[in-house]
Design a protein around this ligand. Sequence first.
Ligand SMILES: Cc1ncc(COP(=O)(O)O)c(C=O)c1O
Length: 405
Amino acid sequence: MSSRILETIMADDKNHLFQNYGARKPVCFVKGEGCHLIDQDGKRYVDFFSGIAVTSLGYGNRAFRNALHRQIDSIIHSSNHFYNREQNEAGRLLAEASFPGKTLFSNSGTEASEAAIKLARRYGMSLGKKRYEIITFSNSFHGRTFGGMTATAQKKIHEGFGPLVPGFIYLPYNNIERFARETKKNRNICAVMIELIQGEGGIVIADKHFVRDLFRICAKNGILTIVDEVQTGIGRTGAMFGYQHYGVTPDIITLAKGLGGGVPIGAIHAKSFLADFLPGGAHGSTFGGNHLACAAAAAVLKQVRGKKFLENVNAVSRYFFDALNALAGKVGLIREVRGMGLHIGIELTRPGADMVYRALENGLVINCTAEKVIRIMPPLTISMKTAREGMKIFERLLMQEGGRQ
Ligand SMILES: Cc1ncc(COP(=O)(O)O)c(C=O)c1O
């Protein structure tokens, strides 16, 4: 897979950059077209990854590009010292797509987690001095800054960083008895933070009864519900937000990834009364919600909320599940296919890292998480034709592998 151009890029990476991402895959994408990516040597790939569920509109989407060009030609950044019409519009569109409330913009998912944690603590501590504890769940992922990292109930993410933020309680996912017991005995809990599909945790789906009972218990005890929609939000699961599959309304949602279509942006959207708990000076960001990022978010939201848009997500999703379940019947390598919309996990019977490399060699970008789970999360604009093109490659890989067993 190596070319002279790639070797130079790889050497420059080693010379100039931290190596905190471990061994990067030996590819440097230089262009995107629709749902395809093109590398440093001009080779084309079907994109089933969308930059970890970020490039929701694919590459070169006309309305998105035009919105960005217009914004770049007028103003990219002023600061949160001033009013910002693009922020207003993105906030309005978010409220229309979710629930009546207010939005606070940041730059990433982990910053959205931080804002949600700070807001929940301010709210809780207005009720009682010690009411700052937050429940999160095993195998969760909420980010890499200290708050987000501490909220993430995975030891390997914490290692080597010294004391974490106090006040987090980790409970097993999908276990309502443990949740009920903890909230009954502990009166210092201000919030629970949950992913309804654990993405980094291996596409593990929250059980409907668990979620409904959890929301009921929280409502009864004045505990805020924070749903981490960083990965599941903005159409990824076939609904605008993951929580909409569950018939519940959270107090706070956190957003990032697909919201900006590739332009970095994060946000929390919260019920209006909560906005009062972060008054002037309590929280902020220099870049958060700048003109360009919010113009991007508004352009994404306008497309995703169109009825046809989610119809496509759901139609392609059905195709994937049918094709993958049929494949699972043919090869012994697949333990389970699970997910929602275009957020799909294929759990293998063995580690899947090498599969990612072999897919790349064959012109397909996929990802492996939680060691054995191949993740398929293409741009939401993917056509049936491109989905079939990528699946053909994936099927061939698995059939070769299955044949070897
Ligand atoms: C559910 C969830 N929350 C938070 C984050 C953190 O987002 P970011 O990497 O933008 O800080 C991620 C990132 O993968 C995520 O999947």
